[in-house]
Structure formats: structure tokens, C-alpha cells
Design a protein around this ligand. Sequence first.
Ligand SMILES: [Zn+2]
Length: 102
Amino acid sequence: MSEFLTARERIIQALLSSSAPLDVYQIREAAGLDLKPSEIYGELEHVAKTLKRRGMRLVVVPAKCRSCGYEFRDRERLKKPSRCPRCKSERIDPPKFYITSS
Ligand SMILES: [Zn+2]
């Protein structure tokens, strides 16, 4: 992958070339980025806007509680929640991301 691509473009390329949704750790790996998870979530918010302008869409697979299965839908922010509102567990599977055309 080209070194000249911005982090944002690398994330887009990583998501487009993956056959399955990726979480931020997988995105970091696939895109070869030296960023903290919180920074990747920040980049993803920009990625979503960039994709929109290109007629594509960043789809979020909601984070899910591993203990009770609660799904964190309708979240404004992309970030992983820290604890489950239903059972108070902190074992949360992070959200995953993929790209669709429009
Ligand atoms: Zn729960």
C-alpha cells in the first residue's frame, strides 16, 4: 500500500478490500496505521463524510455486549461504549465497519 496515502484513504482501502466488516483493531492492522483506537474512531467519522461525497456509505455494525447480547444501536458517536446499560458488563465487542455503494 502506498505510503503517500493519508490515514483516511488507507482506512477506506482497507475496508474496501476486506470481505468482512472490520473493527478498529483490524482496520489499524489492515491499513498499517500507527494510531490509537480512539484516533481511528476519529478518522472513521471523517471517512464517513468522505464516502458520502463519493456516493458510498460507511455502515456500522453495532457494538454488542458479550454477556447479555445487548446491541448499541442509534449511537451518535462511532466509539466503543464502555459498559452495558442493561447488565453493566464491561465486556463489549467493539463496533465493526464496512463500506457499501450508496
Ligand atoms: Zn449486557
